[in-house]
Ligand binder design. Structure first.
Ligand code: MLT
Length: 255
């Protein structure tokens, strides 16, 4: 389905809607397993964030803009409140949504993500990746990131799936998102104000947003619960889909 700027898949039917926001450098297809399972019990909305997948033509210049597009999508669908769950870059977008559209947040899923902004070194790394996309194309950045995205135990099939989705992205979208992530604000000070049921889900072997950071986020959230996915790295929903989906299902049961 086409929205003004965002492609999305809307599945399932009754029940509180959940919106799943994807990681970088992927698109909504990374949520296929979760959408298939959760849509048996509720409505699941999976956008390709601006600049990615089938929304490649319309990159956003900030995570705030991505969050506003998600809110606009809810307007279009006539949904007042929804559970917002995002993984990594999707989590940064979920933080921006919570800050800018708080009254529309039913529950929050913060998956393999960070509340702190990029360090000076992290910002330099974003610029290096932007330069790499310009010089060598999308595939070079995907290969550079792959070792950190998955644990060493990830299957070849999962690795190839991440590579295939990553390699299909548009250069302009990746560059815009790298700049947006580099310039994102610190979400830590507002954690204490996010008084909704919240699950902080993290792969036990996540090398990008490690469990200790997830634990710190959960501790600052008034209703935060930590869910550690054993045997998974950063893209924990792809490495351990069943355990991850079960964690999201538990979040959906909370009131
Ligand atoms: C992601 O998985 O979305 C990215 O690794 C996030 C990041 O690079 O900060």
């Amino acid at each position: 389905m086409d929205h003004q700027r965002m492609f999305f898949v809307d599945s399932g039917g009754n029940g509180d809607p959940i919106v799943l926001l994807h990681a970088f450098p992927l698109d909504g297809r990374m949520w296929d397993a979760q959408a298939r399972e959760l849509s048996r019990q509720t409505r699941v909305i999976v956008p390709d964030l601006p600049g990615f997948g089938r929304s490649a033509a319309t990159p956003a210049s900030s995570l705030d803009q991505m969050a506003d597009e998600v809110a606009r999508l809810l307007d279009t669908l006539g949904i007042e409140r929804a559970t917002i769950a995002g993984l990594s870059m999707g989590g940064y977008t979920a933080f921006a949504f919570a800050r800018r559209h708080k009254s529309r947040l039913a529950r929050l899923g913060l998956c393999d993500t960070r509340s702190v902004p990029d360090s000076a070194e992290g910002k330099k790394n974003r610029d290096a990746n932007i330069a790499l996309v310009e010089r060598e194309g999308v595939g070079a950045v995907v290969e550079r990131m792959l070792p950190a995205l998955l644990s060493s135990a990830a299957s070849t099939e999962t690795r190839e799936r991440v590579r295939a989705i990553g390699n299909s992205q548009a250069a302009a979208g990746l560059k815009a998102a790298l700049a947006a992530m580099r310039d994102r604000s610190d979400a830590t000070p507002s954690l204490a104000e996010l008084d909704v049921p919240a699950s902080v889900i993290v792969g036990a072997d996540d090398a990008i947003s490690p469990p200790a950071e997830a634990q710190a986020i959960a501790a600052k959230l008034p209703r935060g619960e930590l869910e550690v996915i054993a045997g998974a790295g950063h893209l924990s929903n792809l490495e351990k889909p069943a355990a991850f989906t079960a964690a999201l299902a538990r979040l959906l049961e909370r009131t």
